[in-house]
Design a protein around this ligand. Structure first.
Ligand SMILES: Cc1cc2nc3c(=O)[nH]c(=O)nc-3n(C[C@H](O)[C@H](O)[C@H](O)COP(=O)(O)OP(=O)(O)OC[C@H]3O[C@@H](n4cnc5c(N)ncnc54)[C@H](O)[C@@H]3O)c2cc1C
Ligand code: FES
Length: 1127
C-alpha cells in the first residue's frame, strides 16, 4: 500500500537480504520449510518477512501473541497450522525456543567482505534521491511519471507552502496511504503531499484532556491508550485499547493514522469507522448504577445514523440494571435504529438485530456480577479475542524399511520457496519493449453490443493498441471443442453477445499495467436488448429453459416402514478459488514463433488454443510453466483465456506482452465453484433408515455448459450410503453469470454435502444420534470401511463423553452454545490420461534429472516423484532433481487436476526407473557391488542410453475409494453470530502414503479452504448481475485464527490402495468434502439456542450458502424478552 515515494529515509529489508543460498538461509526460512509451512510457496516470503519484522520489533513474544499477530497474511494452501507451528518455535514460552540472529550478524558488506557495521556513506545503486536532500530540512519534490507531483514535507507550514504554490484544486494529503484498501483510488489528484513525517501532527499531550495528533498511527495510539489507561480519569482508555487492537491488522495499524481514518469517514459517511465510534462515545458517565449521561454510538448501520439519541435520553437518570429499564430501553432503541441495506454488507435485518444484541452484551459487560443471571455470565466473553493458542497433532505410521518411500519429508523445494528464490511466471524479468494487456469488461449482464468506441482510451499517453474479436486471426475461443474436459468453444472476447456482467469484450494494450487498467475503463460501449439477469440457481432451476437433465440414478427398491416424510430444498453457492497468484501469462516472440509462459494447470489447452486462435502451427509455439502460486482447479481452463489474450497481443505487435489479472478482475470476470441447489423428499422409518428418497440436484454452470464438471459428482451422489432406495436426478443449470469451473473437489463436494445434509436432517427430525443415523443407512456391502473408521474416531475423539459435556455446557450457558457433529465421506475421482515422465542420469556424478507432465502447484507432486524415484533406484533423494515442464518435453499432456495426477506420475516414474534398471542390469551383473556412480559411469562407457521415458495413456483408472470421518466441536456467540471451532478430529484413509507430511498438508489445507466455503466466503451479486464481493475487503477467506483451536489429523491404519500406486491414495481433494462437519456443528449450537426460545430441536431450519455470522445470529431467533438481568 505504501507508495515507493513514501519510503524516503526508510531502511528496507527484503527476503533476499535475510537469507539466501549464497550466504545461508535465515532460521525463519529453514524452520518454515522444515515444518512444511509452504506448499505453493507464493505466500511464504510474505510470512517470513511478517514474522521477521514482528520479532525484530519485539523479540519477547509469546506463542499466543505470535498467533494474534497474523491477522492479515493469507495462505490458501496450508491451512496455517504448520506456519504457526514453525513460527511459535521462536516464542519465549516455547520449550527451548529457537533463536533469531541479528540481521547485522548475517550481513556481509559487499565492499569490505566483513560483517556490516552500517558505516558506509555511499548510496546504494537503487537510491533515487540524493542523501543531502534527505538530511536537510526542506520540502522534497519528486516529479512522477504520470506528470503528477509528490512532495515530502516536514512541517504543517510546508503543507501550506506546497498548496499555495501548486493550488488547492487537485491535491491529497498522504499519511499511511492505507485508505485505498477500503475505498480504492482509481486516479490520484495532481498534487500529493506526504505528511507522514510531520512531527507536529503526531504530538500528544495532556492539559485537562488527552490531545492526540491526527498524524498518530494506530499502533502509536494503542501504546498511548494502554499507557494512559493506568492514569486517573483515563481508565476508560483501556476499552479504547482493547477495541483498537481489533481494528485492521498490524501492518495497517503501523502506518495508518487516526486522521486518515476519520477522513475516510468524512468522505464516505457510510464507512464504519471504529475510531470515529470510539471518539463518539467518550463522555458516557455512570455513577452508582444511575445513568448521569449516556452516549450510545453506532457505526455501520447507515450513513446518517450515529447516535441513539432517544435511547440516551431515555436512559439518563434511570437505574440501569433493572429489568424494567432494560425492557423499555430495548424498545426505545429498537424504535429509533435506522438501518439501511448497504450491499454487499450483511443485511439490514442482521445489523439491526446485532445493534440491539451488542447493546445488551455491552450492558452485561459493565453490570455488577451479582446482577447477572448465572447462565448469562458467559455472554460477555468475546469468543475470538479469547481464543487460546492453537494446537494440533498429526498421527500416522511410517515404515522405515521403505524409506524414502513413505518417509515424512519436507517439500523438496521448500527452502527456495521460503527464501523467495523460487520463480513464478510473473517473476520473469522485464523484457525489452514489453507491453501490458488488460481486459475490457462488459458493464451489463446480457444483451448485444451496438458499438465500441476506444478513441478516448487510445488518446491516453502510453496506450498502444486495442483489440476486439474482429482482430482474432483464427478461432475466437480459449477452450477447445474436442476434448473430454472441454467440449465447446467459449469466446475469448465477446462476439457481439454479452452473457454475463464483466465478460471480457476487448483487450487494451499499454506501456504499463497501470495505464492499461485505467484505459480499460475509458472504452465506451453501447449495448441493446439488456434484460434482468438471473444469477441464482435457486431461481433458475424452476425455469425449464435453464435446466437440462444430465443423469438419472433410479432406485431399485422401496421400503414400507415410512413413519415420517421429510421434504426440503437447500442451496449452496460459489467459491472463488483465491489462488494467491492470479491468472497471469508472459508471452514473447521467438525465432520460430512464440514462447508462452502461462500459470496453467494444463499446458496442452494453452498450446492448442494459442495455435487455433492465432492460426499458427503448434510446433512454432512453446508453452512453459515452472510452478503455480496455487491452482485448486482454477487454472485448469480459466487461465487459458489470459494466456491466449496475452499471446494475441504479442503476436499482433511482435513484442513481449505481460498479462496480469488483478484480484478483482479475476473475481469479477472468471467463474467459480459451481453453486448447486437440490430438492428432496425422503420417507424414513423410526430408526432413520431411508425407505425412499427422491432428490433432484441442479448444478450451476454459469452462462454456458462446457466442462463436464457436474458429472464428476455422479460417482458419489449417495456418498457412502445404501443407494438402492435413492431416486436421483442431476441437472445442468445455467445462470447469467461467468462460466463456472473447477474448484477443489468440484461436484463431488456438492453431492457429498447433499447426502450428508439429508442424513443430518433425518437425525434432527427423529431426535436420533447423527452417527447412528449414518450407520443405519451405510452401504455395508461396498463401504464397510466406514464402520471401522467411525468406531475408531468415536474412541479417539472421546465422542460419547464429549457429547455429554456439550449438553451440559448448553444447559449452563444461555448466550453461548456448542455443537458436536460428525460427517462421513467417501470420495472417488475420475481418471487422468496422457501423462509422461522423462528421466536422465548424468554419467559425471550419477545425479538424476526428472521431468513429468504434472504441474507443481503446492500439492507436492515433485516431492512424491523424487521420493519414489530415489526409492526405486535406491539412491538418496538429494541425487534427484525435478526440472521445469514445457510442451516440448511433455507434449499433449493432460491437465493436473482431480488429485489423480500425483498418482499417475508415480506410474510414469516407475516406468522410467524400471526401464533404466533393466538397461543397467547387464552392466551391474559384470560388476561387484558397484556404487551407483560407478554403475552409471560404466553404463555410459558401454553406450547404455541413460535417458528413459514413461507414458500413461487413458487406461489408468482410479479403482478405489477414499474414506474419511470427521468430528467437530464449535461454540457460537448467540448474540453476535460469531463462532469458534474448538476442536476437529479428522480420520482419513490415505492408503500407504508416499509422503506423509505432504499428505497431512493436503488434508489440513483442503479442510481449511472448505471451512471458508462453509462459513465466510460469501459471494454477493447486485440486481444488475454485478459481483459486489470482489476483493479481500469484502470476500473473506479463512485466516490463521479461524482454523480449529485444536486440529487432530489421523491417517487410517493399515490402509492400502493398489500396487499400481504403491498403496497410496489421493489426498488433495477429499478433505474438502469433510468440512461440512463445521456447519453441522454450528447448526447443533444454533438448535440449542432456538430451544431456549421454545423451538423444538426437531424443527429443521434451512440455511442456504455459508453459515456466516449473519445467518447464525438470525437463525438463533433470539427474542428481546429473553434479555434480562437477575430479578
Ligand atoms: C485491510 C484494512 C483493514 C481495516 N480495518 C479497519 C477497521 O477494522 N476499522 C476501522 O475503523 N478502519 C479500518 N481500516 C481503515 C484504516 O484504519 C485506515 O485506512 C487508516 O487509518 C487510514 O489512515 P492513513 O494514514 O493510511 O490514511 P491515508 O490513506 O493516508 O489518507 C486517507 C484520507 O485521509 C486524508 N488525511 C490523512 N491524514 C490527514 C490529516 N492529518 N489531515 C487531513 N486529512 C488527512 C487523506 O488526504 C485521505 O483523503 C482498515 C484499512 C485496511 C486497509
Ligand atoms: S503456500 Fe500459502 S498460498 Fe500457497
Amino acid at each position: 500500500m505504501v507508495s515507493i515515494t513514501s519510503c524516503l529515509d526508510w531502511e528496507i529489508t527484503t527476503i533476499e537480504k535475510i537469507g539466501n543460498r549464497l550466504k545461508g538461509y535465515h532460521p525463519l526460512q529453514t524452520t518454515l520449510a522444515e515444518n512444511n509451512g509452504s506448499q505453493c510457496g507464493y505466500c511464504s516470503p510474505g510470512w517470513v518477512m511478517a514474522m521477521y519484522s514482528l520479532i525484530h520489533t519485539n523479540p519477547n513474544l509469546t506463542m499466543l501473541e505470535i498467533e494474534q499477530s497474523f491477522g492479515s497474511n493469507v495462505c490458501r494452501c496450508t491451512g496455517y497450522r504448520p506456519i504457526l507451528k514453525a513460527f511459535k518455535k521462536f516464542a519465549k514460552d516455547y520449550p527451548n525456543a529457537y533463536e533469531i540472529p541479528d540481521i547485522e550478524d548475517l550481513s556481509i558488506c559487499e565492499k569490505t567482505g566483513k560483517k556490516c557495521n552500517k558505516t558506509c556513506d555511499e548510496e546504494d545503486e537503487w537510491c533515487v534521491i540524493k542523501k543531502e536532500d534527505v538530511m536537510q530540512h526542506k520540502i522534497i519534490e519528486i516529479p512522477l511519471q504520470d506528470h503528477k507531483k509528490w512532495f515530502r514535507v516536514l512541517t504543517v507550514n510546508d503543507i501550506f507552502e506546497v498548496l499555495n504554490q501548486e493550488g488547492y484544486d487537485s491535491y491529497m494529503l498522504v499519511a499511511g496511504n492505507t485508505a485505498k484498501g477500503a475505498y480504492p483510488i482509481k486516479e490520484y489528484p495532481q498534487t500529493l503531499i506526504d505528511i507522514s513525517d510531520v512531527s507536529e501532527l503526531k504530538r500528544t499531550f495532556i492539559d485537562q484532556n488527552l490531545v492526540i495528533g491526527g498524524g498518530t498511527t494506530l499502533t502509536e495510539a494503542l501504546d498511548i491508550f494502554q499507557h494512559m489507561a493506568t492514569q486517573d480519569y483515563f481508565e476508560y482508555l483501556l476499552k479504547f485499547y482493547q477495541h483498537l487492537k481489533l481494528v485492521a491488522h498490524i501492518a495497517v495499524r503501523n502506518i495508518g493514522t487516526i486522521a486518515g481514518n476519520l477522513m475516510i469517514k468524512h468522505q464516505h459517511n457510510e464507512f464504519p469507522s471504529d475510531i470515529f465510534l470510539l471518539l463518539e462515545t467518550v463522555g458516557a458517565e455512570l455513577t452508582l448504577e444511575k445513568v448521569q449521561l449516556a452516549r450510545i454510538a453506532y457505526g455501520g448501520l447507515s450513513s446518517t445514523f450515529i447516535r441513539a439519541a432517544a435511547t440516551e435520553k431515555y436512559l439518563t437518570g434511570k437505574e440501569l440494571f433493572t429489568n424494567d429499564t432494560l425492557r423499555m430501553v430495548l424498545q426505545v432503541l429498537k424504535g429509533e435504529l435506522k438501518v439501511v441495506e448497504i450491499p454487499p454488507n450483511p443485511s439490514a435485518a442482521y445489523r439491526k438485530q446485532l445493534a440491539i444484541n451488542l447493546f445488551y452484551k455491552g450492558l452485561l459487560s459493565i453490570c455488577p456480577e451479582d446482577k447477572i443471571p448465572e447462565r448469562y455470565s458467559s455472554a460477555v466473553i468475546n469468543l475470538h479475542e479469547n481464543r487460546p493458542v492453537s494446537q494440533g497433532i498429526q498421527v500416522y505410521d511410517t515404515n522405515p524399511s521403505l524409506w524414502p518411500l513413505n518417509q515424512p519429508l519436507p517439500k523438496v523445494d521448500g527452502l527456495i520457496l521460503c527464501a523467495g528464490e523460487a520463480k513464478y511466471t510473473e517473476d520473469m524479468p522485464s523484457l525489452p519493449e514489453e507491453v501490458y494487456g488488460a481486459f475490457v469488461l462488459s458493464t451489463v449482464p446480457n444483451g448485444k453490443i451496438v458499438s465500441i468506441d476506444p478513441s478516448k482510451a487510445l488518446a491516453e499517453n502510453g496506450v498502444i493498441a486495442f483489440y476486439t474479436a474482429k482482430d482474432i486471426p483464427g478461432e475466437n475461443s480459449f477452450t477447445p471443442n474436442n476434448t473430454p474436459v472441454s467440449i465447446v468453444f467459449e469466446p475469448l472476447l465477446s462476439d457481439g453477445v454479452i452473457e454475463y456482467y464483466h465478460q471480457p469484450i476487448a483487450i487494451i494494450v499499454a506501456k504499463t499495467r497501470k495505464i492499461a487498467d485505467r484505459a480499460a475503463e475509458l472504452i465506451k460501449i453501447i449495448y441493446s436488448d439488456v434484460r434482468k439477469p438471473i444469477v441464482d440457481i435457486k431461481i433458475a432451476k424452476r425455469d425449464p429453459r435453464r435446466v437440462f437433465l444430465l443423469a438419472t440414478m433410479p432406485a431399485t427398491e422401496a421400503g414400507r416402514e415410512v413413519v415420517k416424510i421429510i421434504k426440503g430444498e437447500n442451496t449452496i453457492y460459489g467459491q472463488y478459488p483465491f489462488t494467491m497468484e492470479t491468472l497471469v501469462c508472459v508471452t514473447k516472440p521467438t525465432e520460430e514463433g512464440l514462447e508462452v509462459n502461462a500459470a496453467t494447470q494444463w499446458l496442452d489447452i494453452v498450446h492448442e488454443m494459442v495455435s487455433r486462435v492465432l492460426n499458427i502451427k503448434q510446433n512454432r509455439i512453446d508453452v512453459k510453466v515452472r510452478r503455480l502460486g496455487g491452482g485448486y482447479g482454477f487454472k485448469v481452463t480459466r487461465v487459458s483465456q489470459t494466456a491466449v489474450a496475452c499471446s494475441l497481443v504479442a503476436f499482433k505487435l511482435n513484442k513481449p506482452c505481460r498479462f496480469i489479472q488483478s484480484l478483482s478482475t479475476n473475481m469479477r470476470a472468471m467463474g467459480k465453484r459451481f453453486p448447486c441447489s437440490f430438492d428432496y423428499e425422503a420417507g424414513v422409518d423410526n430408526t432413520g433408515v431411508i425407505q425412499y428418497l427422491n432428490v433432484n440436484l441442479y448444478e450451476d454452470n454459469g452462462y454456458k455448459i462446457n466442462e463436464p464438471i457436474a458429472s464428476l459428482g455422479l460417482v458419489v451422489y449417495n456418498n457412502c450410503y445404501d443407494s438402492k432406495r435413492w431416486n436421483y436426478k442431476c441437472f445442468n443449470g445455467i445462470t447469467d453469470t461467468a462460466k463456472n469451473s473447477w474448484c477443489r473437489s468440484p461436484s463431488t463436494l456438492e453431492n457429498i454435502a447433499m447426502a450428508e445434509t439429508i442424513l443430518e436432517r433425518i437425525s434432527y427430525e427423529l431426535s436420533l444420534d447423527p452417527l447412528q443415523v449414518r450407520l443405519s443407512n451405510l452401504d455395508y456391502a461396498n463401504h464397510n470401511d466406514l464402520k471401522e473408521m467411525t468406531s475408531t474416531l468415536v474412541e479417539k475423539a472421546d465422542y460419547n463423553s464429549r457429547k455429554q459435556d456439550v449438553q451440559s455446557f448448553n444447559s449452563q450457558n444461555r448466550w453461548k452454545k456448542r455443537g458436536l457433529r460428525f460427517s462421513c465421506m467417501r470420495w472417488k475421482s475420475s481418471a487422468a490420461s496422457y501423462l509422461d515422465a522423462n528421466l536422465s542420469v548424468y554419467h559425471g556424478d550419477g545425479t538424476v534429472s526428472l521431468t513429468h507432465g504434472g504441474i507443481e502447484m503446492g500439492q507436492g507432486i515433485n516431492t512424491k516423484a523424487v521420493q519414489l524415484c530415489a526409492y526405486l533406484l535406491n539412491i538418496p533423494v538429494e541425487k534427484v532433481q525435478i526440472k521445469p515442464n514445457d510442451t516440448t518435453i511433455s507434449p499433449n499432456s493432460f491437465c493436473t487436476a482431480a488429485s489423480i495426477t500425483s498418482q499417475v506420475i508415480l506410474v510414469n516414474i516407475r516406468q522410467c526407473c524400471e526401464e533404466l534398471l533393466k538397461r543397467l542390469a547387464p552392466i551391474r551383473a559384470q560388476m561387484i557391488n558397484p556404487t551407483w556412480e560407478e554403475l552409471i559411469k560404466k553404463a555410459f562407457e558401454a553406450s547404455v542410453d541413460l535417458q528413459t521415458h514413461g507414458f500413461v495413456g487413458n487406461n489408468y483408472l482410479n479403482d478405489y475409494n477414499v474414506y474419511g470421518v470427521t468430528l467437530a466441536e464449535v461454540e457460537i456467540d448467540v448474540l453476535t453470530g460469531e463462532h469458534e471451532i474448538l476442536r476437529v478430529d479428522l480420520l482419513q484413509d490415505v492408503g500407504q502414503s508416499v509422503s506423509p507430511e505432504i499428505d497431512i498438508g493436503q488434508i489440513e489445507g483442503a479442510f481449511t479452504m472448505a471451512l471458508g466455503y462453509w462459513t465466510s466466503e460469501h459471494l454477493v451479486y447486485d440486481l444488475t448481475g454485478e459481483l459486489l464481493t470482489n476483493r479481500t475487503w469484502n470476500y473473506h477467506v479463512p485466516l490463521a485464527r479461524d482454523i480449529p483451536q485444536n486440529f487432530k489429523v489421523y491417517f487410517r491404519k493399515k490402509s492400502y490402495s493398489t500396487d499400481v500406486y504403491f498403496g497410496s491414495k489421493m489426498t488433495g481433494e477429499p478433505s474438502v468434502c469433510m468440512a461440512i462437519v463445521i456447519p453441522f456443528a454450528i447448526r447443533e449450537a444454533i438448535t440449542a439456542a432456538r430451544l431456549e426460545n421454545g423451538i423444538p430441536t426437531t424443527s429443521w431450519f434451512n440455511i442456504d450458502g455459508p453459515y456466516t455470522v449473519e445467518e447464525i445470529c438470525l437463525a438463533t431467533a433470539t427474542r428481546l424478552q429473553d434479555f434480562r438481568f437477575k430479578d
